[in-house]
Design a protein around this ligand. Structure first.
Ligand SMILES: [Zn+2]
Length: 157
């Protein structure tokens, strides 16, 4: 009805938000920034077409991938989240080198025991950092794959 608050998309586009508005379930009025970002990067009409082509069950995932990719492209206009992935890959390989060095030092210390244990703390924080970066990388890759999958799906239709 007209008494309801329009969704973030219709508000930005100054349209009447109808009951079957394709954006309304995914872009609530409380979070206008989400739609603004997606609109700036992909354009509202492309997003609307894409959502209509997808089965309803896949739309929420598609929207979160689009929001994710749009946010990444605002940060890095050329590479989008591919840029974030290569940055994280660099971080992971650097951490792996540091880990290898720390492991070698620990092995040496086992052969020549010393009272210091600061290095052990440094080592476990390295391991934790490495885990965290790997997790981030995995998430980033998953989002990226999701995005590519949706792209392929679109071309098929
Ligand atoms: Zn709407």
């Amino acid at each position: 009805g007209s008494s309801a608050t329009p969704c973030a998309s219709c508000k930005l586009l100054r349209r009447r938000c109808t009951r079957d508005c394709v954006f309304a379930p995914y872009f609530p009025p409380e979070d206008p920034h989400r739609f603004a970002t997606v609109h700036r990067v992909f354009g509202a009409s492309n997003v609307s077409k894409m959502l209509q082509e997808l089965p309803a069950a896949q739309r929420a995932d598609a929207v979160s991938s689009l929001v994710y990719e749009a946010t990444a492209r605002m940060r890095d206009p050329v590479y989008g989240c591919a840029g974030a992935i290569s940055y994280l890959q660099q971080q992971v390989s650097q951490l792996q080198v540091q880990l290898a060095v720390a492991q070698a030092e620990i092995l040496q210390r086992i052969n020549h025991p010393s009272p210091m244990d600061d290095d052990d703390k440094a080592y476990s924080s390295l391991v934790m950092q490495n885990d965290l970066m790997s997790t981030l990388l995995l998430q980033e890759c998953l989002c990226f794959c999701n995005f590519l999958k949706i792209g392929k799906l679109r071309r098929k239709l």
